[in-house]
Design a protein. Structure first.
Length: 193
């Protein structure tokens, strides 16, 4: 079974993120879900992003790194949207990662020192017409990552334009896409636990 460090999206640590973590726990995995927003949850995405900007993305990353302290090195690092930044940084810079799961986002590997580690399997999940993923360059970063590490990286695109489609408490929720994402995630964790 895998041990997972799962980072929330810009709305904060929502019930939907907690529900996703609980699904993974019921499958036998250990899941840590740190609160990078120190108790704040935002119904409006723009307000959540505004909080992250005001706090500073560097501070959010520092909170993510602090959440990993004291945990084993052989984690699967996962994140939803904004949380991908912390997951990706740790997967690229903290030795020993067993895998990475990026939901709704991906940044260029150059942000964290260059090439993707050849020993760290990664899945990237997004909708194929999600403006945040497609228009803001995440899809290009994801494709570049897969191209640079084809033996360990996979990109899954789901039909639709929702961004945070895996959080049942948010307007973009898509039950069918989430079921497939969850199935693929559980298979990934079983293979990399």
């Amino acid at each position: 079974m895998a041990e997972v460090l799962l980072f929330h999206h810009a709305h904060g640590l929502t019930d939907g993120v907690q529900e996703f973590a609980e699904v993974l726990r019921r499958a036998g995995h250990t899941v840590h879900v740190p609160d990078l927003y120190e108790g704040r949850v935002f119904a409006d995405l723009d307000e959540g992003v505004g909080y992250a900007r005001k706090t500073g993305f560097g501070t959010i990353l520092e909170r993510g790194e602090a959440a990993a302290e004291g945990l084993p090195a052989d984690l699967v690092l996962a994140g939803f949207s904004l949380g991908v930044i912390s997951a990706q940084k740790l997967a690229q810079t903290r030795p020993g990662a067993k895998g990475a799961l990026f939901f709704h986002s991906c940044v260029p590997t150059s942000e964290f020192g260059g090439a993707w580690p050849a020993t760290v399997p990664v899945q990237i999940h997004s909708m194929d017409r999600d403006p945040s993923f497609v228009d803001e360059g995440d899809i290009d970063a994801a494709r570049a990552l897969v191209e640079s590490a084809p033996d360990v990286a996979e990109l899954f695109l789901y039909p639709g334009s929702g961004h945070l489609f895996a959080d049942p408490g948010l307007p973009d929720y898509d039950a069918a896409a989430t079921a497939l994402l969850t199935s693929r995630t559980l298979a990934f964790l079983d293979a990399n636990g």
